[in-house]
Design a protein around this ligand. Sequence first.
Ligand code: ZN
Length: 166
Amino acid sequence: MFKNLSIFAVLFAALVVAGCGGGGDQAEAPAPAQEEAAADTAAEGIVIEANDQLQFSVKEFTVAAGEEVTVTLHNVGTLPKETFGHNFVILTAGADLEAFATEAMGNSANEYLPTDMSNVLAHTALLGPDEEDTITFMAPTEPGEYEFLCTFPGHYGTMRGVMIVE
Ligand code: ZN
């Protein structure tokens, strides 16, 4: 009698363990939702914020040579466009950023863009508080570093960065 009870207890324990194992397998989350989220992020492109502290939120980003690039500049500052506007201007390879900025800041009639645009790869409009502008352009086919800046007078010292083409 005592021996039979022991065998029953062991069998019962084994059934409980098997039951728990089966339940655990069903708890795994499906994978497809994550792939969809990643695709959406890529479609939005690069989002850069410009603020009253003379900073771009992104100072470096990487793109593939020859691919279409989308950049959105959002001015999150509160100061007026006339005295503290922001833009995003990306230059061609080897352009002299300081010489470019010096020439650009004198051209207030053209939103601080120079008359000679041969060194400009792409640019946004000059933005006031809470304004944003989205631009799309083709990344150069030549790998390297391409500098960008805000050309509003006095801003390029800190409002500058690099697009890396791989
Ligand atoms: Zn600026």
